[in-house]
Design a protein around this ligand. Structure first.
Ligand code: PLP
Length: 228
């Protein structure tokens, strides 16, 4: 059997087990293959193994792969830091953007999405455990941002994305609580269905806490070359 197929089967088995332990239906957890730093041929091989959604962090690298793999029916997710001057390509080329954390970014994405395209799916990134980072809004800001962003015509606000500090799996429960609190007051609650959390090292804990989308790189593709 091909190596990537084997790796994917193992990750799916891990998701299956985590769902069983948590008493959850495994259909409620989606596997996003995080393919940053890996070449298009590797993605094509993972696609052949059955994978359809891929997550990328670096815009230029992602655009090259989107171009090369345009004949495949891939759902492209941008999971990196969103820079204000790079929103046009994100709006036009991706299906999902996970790292939205300010109104201005959401407004630009909505304005720059083409009229003939379906609305862009987005997640609001929250700095759930008070890390010293510029990425992610504060939990207290979420309610207002949801109210404002959900008015934008070319976006579909699907939920939250979090990246807790390594080993801080307790933060997953906080993210789930916030996710549910927003859902209760959300005018478009039917769109609010995605809690993007969990990576190779902590997907089991994330699923136990209620993740609906795990973003998995290393466990699928192996360790990445150091980038810099
Ligand atoms: C790289 C990355 C991942 C995947 O991490 P692994 O530990 O390789 O599974 C998930 N989410 C984000 C936001 C990332 O940047």
């Amino acid at each position: 059997m091909k190596m990537l197929q084997l790796a994917r089967d193992q990750v799916l088995a891990q998701i299956h087990t985590a769902c069983q332990q948590a008493g959850r239906d495994e259909q409620t957890v989606q596997l996003l293959a995080v393919s940053k730093t890996h070449p298009a041929e590797i993605l094509a091989e993972m696609y052949a193994a059955g994978q359809r959604s891929f997550g990328e962090n670096y815009l230029q690298e992602a655009l090259d792969k989107i171009e090369k793999l345009q004949d495949l029916e891939i759902e492209w997710h941008f999971i990196g830091h969103v820079q204000r001057n790079k929103t046009k390509h994100l709006a036009e080329k991706f299906d999902w953007v996970h790292g939205v954390d300010r109104l201005i970014i959401a407004e630009r994405l909505s304005n720059q999405r083409e009229d003939n395209q379906v609305p862009l799916n987005i997640c609001l990134q929250v700095n759930i455990d008070g890390q010293d980072t510029k990425d992610g809004c504060q939990p207290e800001e979420v309610a207002d941002l949801v109210a404002q962003i959900s008015q934008l015509p070319k976006l579909r606000l699907r939920g939250l994305m979090v990246i807790p500090a390594p080993n801080n799996t307790a933060a997953f429960a906080d993210a789930k609580a916030l996710f549910e609190a927003v859902k209760m007051q959300h005018a478009k609650a039917e769109d609010w269905d995605t809690l993007s959390m969990g990576m190779s090292g902590d997907m089991t804990e994330a699923i136990a806490a209620g993740s609906t989308m795990v973003r998995v790189g290393t466990a699928l593709f192996g360790t990445r070359p150091k980038k810099d």
